[in-house]
Ligand binder design. Structure first.
Ligand SMILES: Cc1ncc(COP(=O)(O)O)c(C=O)c1O
Length: 372
């Protein structure tokens, strides 16, 4: 058996494109465009063109992208914002920071994406918005969710943190709803060399508001008529992202090829896969499976020297931080099943073919829980 198959290894990409990255960073330093500035503007226009949206406003994390999308669309204290329970908890921070109440809903048991029927049941007179998450890189069912948001006059925000380059009915995510929030955390499909994020939108008022809020909400003339933030993006992150954006489609194609091998060649009936509806281009930020006895499966992978991870072990509605909201186990059964049984397999473009073989072999040789 060979070396350990790392769950993720970001160093491989750096080694391959080191000169390109260092040249881009050097230029930022030569021009001393460290915060915001011309490299950020450049990346904003490149990413706007990529997503097919008129406006992109870069910020310093995906979490803050969601927060500013909430503030810029008028979400405030007392409002309710509907969110899938099976997502990274950061999806909920934006509404919470804005003073709103997160209302968690269930997912579809096959696609693991936010369930439109569960949304509809959760709507109250205080509901103002839904945040749909393109979880693991698979677009959520935008048309069905939009049918609900339109029926009740709600905003629809996309959390695209895991889905750069994914498409829904041929159109890239991020520009399909009222605003699209991206994270460029280093492990993402489009990752910076530190913290970074952005909001994409077709609404010029929303874009202008975010541009202002992230930059201390400074009015012309130096006055400040509202509370602002320092949430600007660094020039170095933008320059790195411009380099990486050029390769995004090729890297996503490689992720999809790896996923296709996993989907076709992992044939163990003890392992269930995410179902991928037609008309959606999944970009496999993560390749997640579910297994009844997760602990046994993870022990088996470790014995085979294959890395893995869990996304996410506790659904948002059962997190301690939200215990005051009164949810209990059993409230959102599909999300709870996924949380209790999901395992993320190694998935990054630089995986070697021999390593992919090893992951497949390890999955197929799993025989269920060990018995004493
Ligand atoms: C679904 C989802 N939403 C939001 C975020 C937050 O992004 P960031 O880590 O850039 O703040 C992440 C990133 O981990 C995420 O996966």
């Amino acid at each position: 058996m060979g070396n350990f198959v790392e769950y993720i290894d970001l160093k491989r990409d750096y080694i391959t494109r080191r000169d390109e990255y260092l040249d881009a960073i050097d230029l930022v330093c030569q021009k001393a465009q460290y915060v915001d500035g011309e490299f950020v503007r450049q990346f904003e226009s490149e990413f706007a063109a990529y997503c097919g949206v008129p406006f992109v406003s870069c910020v310093n994390s995906g979490t803050n992208a969601i927060l500013l999308s909430m503030l810029a669309t008028g979400i405030q204290s007392g409002d309710e914002v509907i969110i899938p329970a099976n997502t990274f908890v950061a999806t909920a921070w934006g509404p919470v920071y804005a003073g709103a109440k997160p209302v968690f809903v269930d997912c579809n048991p096959e696609t693991w994406q936010i369930d439109p029927a569960s949304i509809e049941k959760a709507v109250t007179p205080r509901t103002r918005a839904v945040i749909g998450v393109h979880l693991y890189g698979l677009p959520f069912d935008i048309d069905a969710v939009r049918a609900v948001t339109q029926r009740y006059g709600l905003l629809l925000i996309e959390d695209c943190a895991q889905a750069h380059g994914a498409t829904y009915k041929g159109r890239p995510v991020g520009g399909l709803c009222d605003a699209g929030c991206f994270s460029f955390y280093p492990t993402k499909n489009l990752g910076a060399f530190g913290e970074a994020g952005c909001v994409a939108t077709a609404d010029s008022a929303v874009a202008q508001k975010i541009d202002s809020l992230k930059n201390h909400a400074a009015d012309i003339g130096g006055d400040h008529s509202e509370i602002g933030f320092n949430m600007r993006m660094d020039g170095i992150q933008a320059a790195v992202l411009s380099v990486r954006l050029k390769n995004l489609d090729a890297l996503n194609t490689r992720r999809r090829a790896i996923a296709q091998r996993y989907s076709e060649e992992i044939v163990n009936p003890l392992i269930q896969k995410q179902s991928v509806p037609e008309q959606k281009r999944h970009v496999y930020h993560l390749y997640v499976v579910t297994v009844d006895d997760r602990d046994a499966f993870m022990r088996h992978l470790a014995a085979k020297k294959v890395g893995c991870a869990i996304h996410y072990s506790i659904p948002c509605h059962l997190q301690k931080v939200f215990s005051h909201l009164g949810y209990k186990p059993g409230d959102l059964p599909n999300a709870e099943y996924v949380s209790g049984h999901c395992v993320s397999l190694p998935m990054y473009p630089e995986l070697f073919d021999g390593e992919i073989d090893r992951v497949i072999e390890a999955c197929n040789s799993y025989q269920g829980g060990y018995r004493l």
